[in-house]
Design a protein around this ligand. Structure first.
Ligand SMILES: *Cc1c(COP(=O)(O)O)cnc(C)c1O
Length: 386
């Protein structure tokens, strides 16, 4: 079967997958082993040591490559471990351009870990492609895009950024955590590397921390595979199994996340106590046309600011929610609410944060796949407390 010709819903279940070689197990067994017997030095059956390769992780990696329309998938211990591997492609003196409302942990990795190794980072509002082009110089080696952005739901035009990257021979990496390949396939739009916090929608059940990279180019894959093995932040066999299991329902979960996301976004938009709602599905969203062109739906991530609300008001709303769980993270079947200023984005200085719209009263929702009427009632009750 040529997986490449399958539609996404079939790829999610069958892409890159075949029954296990030992006994024909339909689900890949959890190869909970560190090492493999050799008949003679070097005489092994494809696996030597589980940092370098493990059959459960290999099954995950080929599934990842399939759903992102890439050729090589790599499984990591976390999303940030996957990013860390990409950053290790760089040398001291190299420069990176990224978005100014990046995931807080990505910003921290750039500024507090890699800056001290002599790498320079520039942050700009990437909706403006010209602003990116203006920052490119002979030291620029990587453009790091996250779209939709977190938590402001800005949309960056991947095709337009890839034209800039290709013109200047700069690598383009896209953090596809929020959209997932169900909604957006960056490699098809010209990106060189797709990255995931697989902890989120790919896993989908809030029971695993993992990361992923997918690329098309063999030389780039070889460099990343070398770093993955040399640095060693690999995805374990149990986590690989859980991710494979999650990916098999990605398409049905995402369809409902999109439906419920639209329901909640529209509910909040007409609510008298709400000042603003950030969701790329609105026709008046500043980048709605780009979203419509590069995404197959608008997802279940929504941010909003209650009218005249303070830091404390926002905290009291998230504390009063009952069906939405107050928690870091996103992308699970259950609905979560977060307060970026004190949680996910607390590591970004307040002045930096507010420049990109992450004000003290901003609340972020990861809309799950419960009944949407129950979710609305929960928000209604929590909002009536202010
Ligand atoms: C969570 C997240 C990350 C980091 O991934 P971990 O799995 O937590 O290491 C990176 N980017 C985005 C957009 C995220 O939401």
């Amino acid at each position: 079967m040529d997986d490449k010709n399958l539609k996404f819903n079939s790829k999610a279940i069958h892409g890159g997958q075949s029954p296990d070689k030992a006994y024909g197990a339909v689900m890949p067994p959890i190869y909970q082993t560190s090492t493999y017997a050799q008949s003679t030095p070097g005489g092994h059956q494809g696996f030597e040591y589980s940092r370098s390769g493990n059959p459960t992780r290999a099954a995950l990696e080929s599934a990842l490559a399939s759903i992102e329309n890439g050729s090589y998938g790599l499984g990591f211990a976390s999303g940030l471990a996957a990013m860390d591997a990409v950053m290790k492609l760089l040398q001291p003196g190299d420069e990176v351009i990224s978005t100014n409302d990046l995931y807080g942990g990505s910003y921290r990795l750039f500024k507090q870990v890699f800056e001290k190794f002599g790498i320079t980072f520039h942050f700009t509002a990437m909706q403006d492609t010209q602003a990116i082009a203006d920052l490119v110089n002979e030291n620029t080696k990587l453009i790091w895009v996250e779209t939709p952005t977190n938590p402001m739901m800005n949309i960056i035009d991947i095709k337009a950024v890839s034209a800039v990257a290709q013109k200047h021979k700069v690598l383009l990496a896209v953090d596809n955590t929020f959209a997932t390949p169900y909604l957006q396939r960056p490699l098809d739009l010209g990106a060189d590397i797709v990255m995931h916090s697989a902890t989120k929608y790919l896993g989908g059940h809030s029971d695993v921390v993992a990361g992923a990279l997918v690329v098309k180019d063999k030389a780039l894959a070889d460099k990343l595979l070398f770093i993955q093995n040399a640095s060693g932040a690999v995805c374990g066999p149990m986590d690989s199994f859980l991710l494979l299991r999650g990916i098999k329902t990605l398409h049905v979960r995402m369809e409902r996340h999109c439906q419920n996301g639209a329901g909640i976004a529209n509910y909040l938009k007409t609510h008298p106590k709400i000042e603003s709602v950030y969701w790329p599905g609105f026709e008046d969203h500043p980048n709605h046309n780009v979203a419509k062109a590069q995404m197959d739906g608008f997802g279940g991530m929504i941010s909003f600011v209650p009218k005249g609300a303070s830091f404390e008001d926002a905290i009291s709303i998230v504390e009063n929610l009952k069906l939405f769980t107050l928690a870091e993270s996103l992308g699970g079947v259950e609905s979560l609410a977060g307060h970026p200023a004190s949680m996910t984005h607390a590591s970004i200085p307040k002045t930096e944060r507010e420049k990109s719209g992450v004000v003290d009263a901003l609340i972020r929702l990861s809309v799950g796949i419960e009944d949407v009427e129950d979710l609305k009632a929960d928000l209604d009750a929590a909002l009536s407390a202010i």
